[in-house]
Design a protein around this ligand. Structure first.
Ligand code: MF3
Ligand code: CO
Ligand code: CO
Length: 264
């Protein structure tokens, strides 16, 4: 299957889904405080999605081949959890960093975004990792334009990350998105400029680099979903859904609370 070029109507629907994902993160942000459990965040987010936004939480019972159904309406990945952390009884405490990853389905179209939250007072190292991961995502986003290649995105993220002495997780990547949660292409967060598929206006995909403070290697826990760093170092991730436009890119997962792009 080639990479889909979305029609004007599909793009309009993806703008709505993207905005709703971002607004869900906005709504959650003030509630992500010391003492709340990740399970409580999930319950509140589930109700808000279903009752207020009238969207379908895409992660709930999501079951790719070889996996058991994912049991929650978002992912919460705390500290050394890289991604796909399952909400539960864990209480967030001052100093924790947590990624909240939400994917909503509105009128059949998916919007996928995640942000990092620092609980109370994070360490300087944790703050630096979170900020560097954010800037790494934006290095990738800024490489998106017609005529660029997927490898340009990967190289931009990898070079920036490794220059800061962090590592890029290899096993998970960004992805095309639309009526399906995960479509072609795979958007690697490492690689070589000038390689890979050519970007064309109308393509929509996520950029969501997972950046580790230590080594890149990961492990999957016995729950079949939770991915952790093999060396237990901290990990951070941000995600946006991006449209390739005639003259560059448009971030679809935007809302009033979306953090500003870094200045560089
Ligand atoms: N939202 C994740 C992504 O960015 C996927 C989560 S799948 C789940 O692609 F099943 F773990 F929720
Ligand atoms: Co994604
Ligand atoms: Co996501």
């Amino acid at each position: 299957m080639p990479i889909a070029i979305k029609t004007g109507e599909e793009i309009a629907a993806m703008r709505v889904a993207g905005r709703l994902a971002a607004e869900l993160l906005d709504w959650l942000a003030p509630q992500v405080q010391p003492g709340i459990t990740t399970g409580e965040i999930d319950r509140r987010a589930h109700d808000y999605q279903v009752n207020v936004q009238q969207v379908v939480p895409a992660t709930l019972n999501y079951q790719p081949p070889g996996h058991r159904p994912y049991p929650a309406s978002l992912c919460t990945s705390v500290n050394h959890v890289v991604c796909h952390g399952i909400p539960g009884d864990r209480k967030l405490k001052s100093g924790d960093i947590v990624n909240i990853d939400v994917t909503v389905i509105k009128d059949g179209f998916h919007g996928d975004s995640s942000r990092m939250f620092c609980i109370g007072a994070p360490s300087i190292q944790a703050r630096r990792l979170v900020d560097t991961a954010y800037a790494a995502m934006w290095k990738g986003i800024r490489a998106v334009r017609p005529g660029a290649r997927l490898g340009d995105i990967g190289q931009a993220i990898q070079e920036f990350t490794e220059r800061h002495h962090y590592s890029v997780v290899r096993e998970f990547c960004g992805h095309g998105i639309g009526r399906q949660f995960h479509e072609e292409p795979q958007v690697l967060h490492y690689g070589r400029a000038g390689t890979g598929a050519l970007l064309e206006p109308g393509m929509i995909f996520t950029i969501e680099p997972m950046i580790n403070a230590g080594r890149a290697a990961i492990r999957c826990l016995a729950d079949g979903w939770t991915i952790v760093t093999a060396d237990h170092s901290l990990s951070a991730q941000w995600e946006h859904t991006i449209l390739v436009t005639a003259d560059g890119h448009e971030v679809l997962t935007v809302s009033p609370g979306t953090p500003a792009p870094p200045s560089d």
